[in-house]
Design a protein around this ligand. Structure first.
Ligand SMILES: Nc1ncnc2c1ncn2[C@@H]1O[C@H](COP(=O)(O)OP(=O)(O)O)[C@@H](O)[C@H]1O
Ligand SMILES: N[C@@H](CC(=O)OP(=O)(O)O)C(=O)O
Length: 545
């Protein structure tokens, strides 16, 4: 049982709260969450500490303690009496005015649902914003106006407003702000990851404003929310921020509080948050609107989370690799998480976490084909007949073969290897070990998120460090093929896999069965990978045996 202790403070004008540090000196207090807003600091503490006197010391400028108030943390499962579900629509589902009208009809076609709507940016807006930002660095201030991406974004959003019949004023400030920001980037000749997040936030801020205005126009009361203003508190890892615990009660309080006053459909920006130290806009990693949706689902204790895409649910493999991929009717949270983590673009890698914690079913549906049943993701499912569920490919992975320079019997070798990665802040994806050697792949999401120069230095540095204790081989352009399914049937799966790979003349360079028990990973050369996935798909999903 936790209680929330809220300490309200006033800020000296013009000072960001993040520049101050409040210290809670009393021993034994277990802070399970922290969140700051421009005028308050909230800390969630264990109930047992309720009456403990807190010594609050303020390091920087003035923070006056105005009020100390104890409140029960929102009852997460009991508050969602009225709002029923989350409906998240991805970029392809809101790519044009016509698509937005269809989505509005779709929402209205479920009269028993009272959804929280989460939207991504329209179509490929996020990519266009990023390209515009990169071009702005070098194009010169006077040329910003004629950047084709800026013109495209302006034209798309203004046209959408006209076609929806809503005032262009709902997005005018954002279009102007975007223009100014690009000029700023151009003047500074620099695009930091913090600015990058601010830049892409314009996409979701505009799509939600247009859609909410449209719902209101057709007589369906709606209210737009910027996630970074309603308590989506994240780490300050720009471009890949993680949601902090304090988000749940804050989001619940705002959305349920407003809903109880007026039943207006909440339309929330996906993908965005607010860094808890910086108070700047952050993003949750590409495809992060899925995570926004599941976070809201958990925060409000809703009955279901729906993510509407442009495919008939989660498929047996990436349809861009094999167009004959079929939809998977049921998945567990573990299977879906593994599938997303190992590269299936269809779901954000962390999005299953809140749904699993809240035990809320996630339904993946096709907004272009609403009648298709889609995929239902739940805590457990009948695995008695399940063998292989889906095949996932992650390309361009770096692999390391590390062999100890000592002989057998050396203890501490694995510990030293992993300490090196920990020290360098690099996470590892797939591992296979013996007593004196270890093969592993490096998480490309973490590594490739950094600048090219930084990346090359990092790899050199890893090899240099490891060479103090081992012979190291750096192998690039490898692919991980992940076989998601019932690992209880691993012999059956592997028998078939090796038959297929042998008949295709492919040598597996490493194999690993994860502790999650839903995934077997194979490492092959990049250039052989797609052909392998197609051959494996035929063997597992297109033959009767
Ligand atoms: N196993 C898979 N199942 C379904 N879609 C997949 C899979 N692997 C890759 N994809 C790709 O993911 C896309 C859907 O994800 P995404 O583009 O993020 O959707 P949205 O933007 O609508 O949220 C599909 O169009 C498909 O090309
Ligand atoms: N617009 C962001 C966030 C997002 O979730 O998009 P989508 O739902 O279209 O994948 C992106 O492109 O990454």
């Amino acid at each position: 049982m936790t209680a929330s202790l809220q300490l309200y403070g006033v800020q000296a004008p013009g000072l960001a709260l993040s520049s101050k540090r409040l210290e809670f000196g009393t021993k034994g207090i277990n802070f399970s969450a922290t969140l700051t807003s421009s005028c308050a600091i909230f800390r969630t503490v264990e109930r047992s500490c309720r009456n403990t006197a807190l010594r609050v010391s303020c390091e920087a400028a003035r923070v006056d303690l105005l009020e100390r108030k104890e409140t029960e943390t929102c009852n997460l499962s009991g508050t969602g009496k009225e709002l029923t579900c989350v409906m998240k629509f991805g970029g392809s589902s809101v790519a044009s005015a016509e698509r937005m009208k269809e989505i509005a009809n779709l929402i209205l076609s479920f009269p028993d649902e009272r959804p929280v709507v989460v939207l991504s940016a329209m179509g490929k807006t996020t990519n266009k914003l990023l390209t515009a930002g990169e071009k702005a660095v070098t194009c010169g201030v006077t040329n910003v106006e004629s950047l084709e991406e800026l013109s495209f974004i302006k034209e798309l959003h203004l046209r959408t407003a006209h076609e929806l019949g809503v005032e262009t004023t709902v997005i005018a400030k954002h279009l102007e702000g975007l223009h100014q920001l690009l000029k700023g980037i151009s003047m500074m000749k620099e695009l930091t990851s913090r600015t990058r997040d601010y830049l892409v936030s314009f996409g979701e801020c505009m799509s939600t404003r247009l859609f909410s205005a449209y719902l209101n126009k057709i007589g369906h009361k709606a209210r737009q929310y910027d996630a970074f203003e309603i308590g989506f508190i994240t780490t300050d890892d720009f471009t890949n921020a993680d949601i902090l615990e304090a988000t749940y009660p804050a989001v619940s309080k705002t959305l349920l509080g407003d809903w109880s006053k007026e039943n207006a459909v909440p339309v929330v920006t996906g993908f965005l948050g607010k860094g808890w130290r910086s108070c700047a806009i952050t993003t949750l990693g590409r495809g992060g609107s899925d995570l926004t949706a599941t976070t809201i689902g958990k925060a409000l204790g809703l009955r279901e989370i729906q993510v509407w895409k442009d495919v008939d649910g989660v498929l047996t493999c990436d349809p861009n690799i094999y167009p004959g991929a079929q939809s998977v009717p049921y998945l567990t949270f573990d299977e879906a998480a593994e599938l997303a983590y190992f590269g299936a673009q269809v779901l954000h890698p962390l999005s299953m976490r809140p749904a699993r914690d809240g035990d809320i079913p996630v339904r993946v549906k096709n907004s272009y084909n609403p009648n298709a049943p889609g995929t239902v993701i739940t805590r457990s499912r009948d695995m008695s007949k399940a063998v292989l569920t889906s095949i996932v490919l992650k390309r361009n992975v770096t692999m390391l073969d590390i062999a100890s320079t000592r002989m057998l019997g050396q203890y501490g070798f694995l510990a030293k290897v992993f300490t090196t990665f920990e020290d360098l802040g690099i996470s590892v994806d797939v591992v296979a070990t013996s007593e004196v050697s270890i093969s592993l792949t490096l998480d490309p999401a973490k590594l490739w998120g950094r600048e090219i120069v930084q990346r090359a230095n990092e790899l050199d540095h890893v090899v240099e460090e490891l060479e103090k204790i081992a012979v190291v081989k750096l192998l690039q352009r490898r692919s991980i093929i992940s076989l998601i399914g019932n690992v209880q049937k691993s012999s059956l799966i592997l028998e078939k896999v090796f038959q297929v790979l042998r008949s295709n003349g492919v040598n597996v360079q490493m194999i690993s069965q994860g502790a999650s028990k839903v995934n077997i990973s194979l490492i092959v050369n990049d250039e052989e990978a797609e052909q392998c996935v197609r051959a494996l798909h035929s063997a597992f999903f297109e033959t009767s045996s």
